[in-house]
Design a protein around this ligand. Structure first.
Ligand SMILES: NC(=O)c1ccc[n+]([C@@H]2O[C@H](COP(=O)([O-])OP(=O)(O)OC[C@H]3O[C@@H](n4cnc5c(N)ncnc54)[C@H](OP(=O)(O)O)[C@@H]3O)[C@@H](O)[C@H]2O)c1
Length: 252
């Protein structure tokens, strides 16, 4: 009797059955893990990335409905992609783009401009497109970081975008309601991006984080994926920023 009660309390239907999730940046890291979890929750997933070969590998791994290889900051390509969808999609996660660390004296302005494209113009353009391309009550989800919140040499561009992004999603949430708009702000996440930035320092960084983070382990892309799927499915959430860093900001 008590077993039957506890079983019925823990069983639930998949949270995204019948829904379609687009991952702009779905062939690796946080986007790919979110695609995997969304599939497990019953969604169809559509993966976007620039490298077609990596994209096809990822699509096979998660049994994606379709893929499209293009640069998400290319507005014409982004528009064509959404126009090509047979019906409005339910959720879009943007993991395209990366961080920017460069002291002003050494700044490559083309690279800096590209970072602004990724973290300001892409969200704005996507929100405009979403008015037609995302169903009311669906959601847009953007990625930001926590590392750029404290000023430091090399963080002028990254820090400006980091601190501005919560205002961006809050305003967009009003502009395109009832489509919901949220931001995930991550600390270190163990993904191919982190590996490429840290190179041979990666293992030392993982060890340091395991020894110092309050959670006693490194945050992985599957942790961020769990938060992303929650933000897609909890219809009370919009206009807000959700930190996920294992307590990294609490350390001095
Ligand atoms: N990892 C971290 O510690 C961390 C922390 C805070 C914030 N973030 C942010 O979270 C996001 C995802 O990070 P991640 O670690 O998952 O990165 P990742 O492992 O490098 O994966 C990024 C994915 O996005 C695709 N992509 C990148 N630029 C694109 C573009 N312009 N158009 C279309 N697809 C693009 C990549 O494929 P292609 O290269 O083939 O296009 C790949 O599928 C980034 O914005 C990153 O800055 C990461």
């Amino acid at each position: 009797m008590s077993t039957a009660v506890s079983t019925s309390r823990t069983q639930r239907d998949p949270a995204l059955t019948g829904q379609t999730v687009v991952l702009l940046g779905g062939s690796a890291g946080i986007g790919l893990e979110t695609a995997r979890l969304a599939r497990a929750e019953g969604a169809d997933v559509i993966l976007v990335g620039r490298n077609a070969e990596r994209l096809e590998r990822a699509a096979r791994a998660v049994d994606a409905q379709s893929t499209a290889a293009f640069d998400a900051t290319d507005v014409d390509a982004l528009e064509r992609f959404f126009e090509g969808q047979p019906k409005p999609v339910d959720h879009v996660l943007v993991t395209a783009g990366g961080p920017h660390y460069q002291p002003l004296a050494e700044m490559d302005f083309a690279e800096a401009r590209r970072t602004v494209e990724e973290h300001l113009w892409l969200p704005l353009q996507l929100a405009r497109i979403a008015l037609e391309a995302v169903r009311p009550g669906g959601s847009l989800l953007f990625m930001g970081g926590t590392g750029g919140r404290r000023p430091a040499v090399g963080l002028t561009v990254g820090g400006t975008l980091t601190t501005g992004s919560p205002a961006l999603v809050a305003n967009l949430a009003l502009e395109i309601a009832p489509i919901r708009v949220n931001l995930i702000a991550a600390g270190f996440v163990d993904t191919p991006l982190s590996a490429s930035i840290l190179g041979d320092q990666l293992e030392a960084r993982r060890t340091e984080l395991r020894e110092t983070l309050p959670i006693g382990r490194v945050v992985g892309p599957e942790d961020v994926a769990a938060l992303a799927v929650h933000l897609m499915t909890n219809t009370a959430l919009t206009g807000a920023t959700y930190d996920i860093d294992g307590g990294q900001q609490l350390l001095s």
